[in-house]
Design a binder for this molecule. Structure first.
Ligand code: ATP
Ligand code: MG
Length: 434
């Protein structure tokens, strides 16, 4: 007997095979019944001509509740009625797990199910090939990312997620009780990856969770996301980092186009690969573009969601999906960013994808005195950052880096509507389970 779970394997075999999967659908047409059995690769039709099948087997198979998990042994017959070009005539079966009725939500029904219902029943939602495809692509994306980083000479690191001080401002810190002392969930690996720049581990990256107590309910913010962070030393300017990110993203987009063909076809999506280098706008240019389009912002203002979106529309008209916005006002950017001396600007950048920020980065302030000065200017208590500052006292090379939200990137790449679509079990203002 040929054991296989994969409909692709079946098509090359003949004779008797065993298939395992979920009972997706049963149609009883009197003299003949059909069962559609599904596994991760697709579906296969099990055909039950009543006269030719053992009556007990017929009865048991055709009365199974939908979504039950079974193994069916049967004879493969070629068929011009099915997509696979074959069907299975059952000889025996084993019931591994009987599904309860009614189902909490359908798998193949064409009704539109609310996001909340889908997320509450994510295990069912993920049985849909078009939902699973998103996560198969996410997995490939991380695989390609690791390849790209190794290729560029980066070492993968892991930094603590339980921390004593935040790096990205107090407003989005999750506080917890750490044996009687306050502690926080890390908002980013920022402080640690910079400290590593003083060690000789001078090209590092991390793919790990980042936690933000985001109090607003948007389609692009969650409280736990996967951040892809990189940091590199010996840079001459922020454009060295921008080039590196372009190289990495270009590899991912090209790689997915190739590797993810099957999943992209299921999703009905094509990935476009914009030519590198991506266009670069300065923050000030963006203000002028916005003003011309009727949105007046003052120098120093955050571009905001609407501003970002409008810039996205204007860039899209010129055929650009990915573009840089750099030299933000230093007041807008965190303490660790290097100021562009003698100007109100900073050596910082965002990478925007179809009207939304997917990455922030820049050249860091590596000079101890300037860094302390900048922290004081931002009203920070330098003492609680002593462990971080120490790494700058005894020899720190010029460096810079970035953080990319993996799900933000996936959402834009696949034109999804909501970041929750790109997270298996999302966490937000109102969701902590499942
Ligand atoms: P935004 O202004 O869009 O909220 P941010 O500037 O606060 O983002 P950064 O601190 O620059 O975010 O974080 C780096 C990247 O991490 C962002 O560009 C984004 O891709 C991702 N990111 C940040 N916050 C979230 C969040 N709450 N949910 C999902 N991804 C996030
Ligand atoms: Mg940012």
């Amino acid at each position: 007997m040929n054991i296989c779970r994969d409909s692709e394997t079946i098509s090359t075999g003949d004779g008797v095979v065993e298939v395992k999967g979920w009972v997706q659908d049963i149609r009883n047409l009197g003299g003949i019944s059909f069962i559609v059995l599904r596994d991760r690769h697709g579906t296969i039709q099990i055909t039950l001509p009543k006269k030719k099948i053992d009556p007990e087997l017929f009865e048991k198979l055709t009365t199974l509740p939908r979504e039950s998990v079974v193994s069916v042994v049967g004879e493969v017959k070629s068929s011009d009625q099915t997509e696979l070009g074959l069907e299975l005539i059952p000889l025996s079966f084993e019931l591994y797990s009987k599904a309860d009725v009614p189902l909490p939500m359908g798998v193949v029904d064409k009704v539109n199910v609310e996001m909340d219902t889908r997320l509450n029943n994510r295990f069912m939602d993920l049985r849909k090939p078009e939902i699973r495809a998103i996560f198969e692509i996410k997995s490939m994306m991380l695989e390609l990312l690791n390849e790209a980083m190794a290729n560029n000479g980066f070492s993968q690191v892991s930094t603590p997620k339980l921390v004593e001080s935040g790096a990205e401002g107090g407003a989005t810190l999750f506080e917890l009780d750490y044996f009687g002392k306050p502690a926080y969930l890390a908002q980013s690996p920022q402080l640690y990856k910079q400290m590593l720049m003083s060690t000789g581990l001078d090209r590092i990256y991390e793919i790990g969770p980042a936690f933000r107590a985001e109090r607003s309910n948007t389609n692009r913010h969650v409280t736990e996301f996967i951040s892809f962070d990189g940091e590199m030393s010996w840079i001459s300017s922020q454009s060295d980092i921008m080039k590196m990110i372009e190289n990495i993203i270009d590899r991912i987009l090209k790689g997915l186009k190739e590797k993810g063909k099957k999943q992209l076809a299921i999703l009905g999506k094509e990935i476009s690969v914009p030519p590198v280098p991506y266009p670069v706008l300065t923050y000030s240019e963006c203000l002028r573009m916005l003003e011309k389009a009727g949105m007046k912002l003052n120098e120093g203002d955050d571009l905001g969601t609407e501003g970002e979106k409008l810039i996205g529309d204007l860039m899209s008209e010129k055929g650009h999906e990915l573009y840089w916005i750099h030299e933000y006002p230093e007041v807008e950017k965190p303490f660790y960013i290097m100021e562009k001396e003698g100007t109100p600007y900073s050596f910082s950048f965002d990478l925007d994808y179809k009207g939304q920020e997917i990455s922030s980065g820049g050249q860091r302030e590596h000079r101890y005195d300037k860094l302390v000065e900048r922290m004081k200017k931002k009203g920070m208590d330098t003492e609680s950052f002593g462990f971080y500052l120490d790494a700058f006292k005894y020899g720190m090379p010029p460096h810079g880096g970035w953080g990319i939200g993996i799900e933000r990137m996936l959402v834009k790449m696949l034109d999804l509507q909501n970041i929750r679509e790109a997270i298996l079990f999302p966490r937000d203002l109102s969701r902590l389970s499942p």
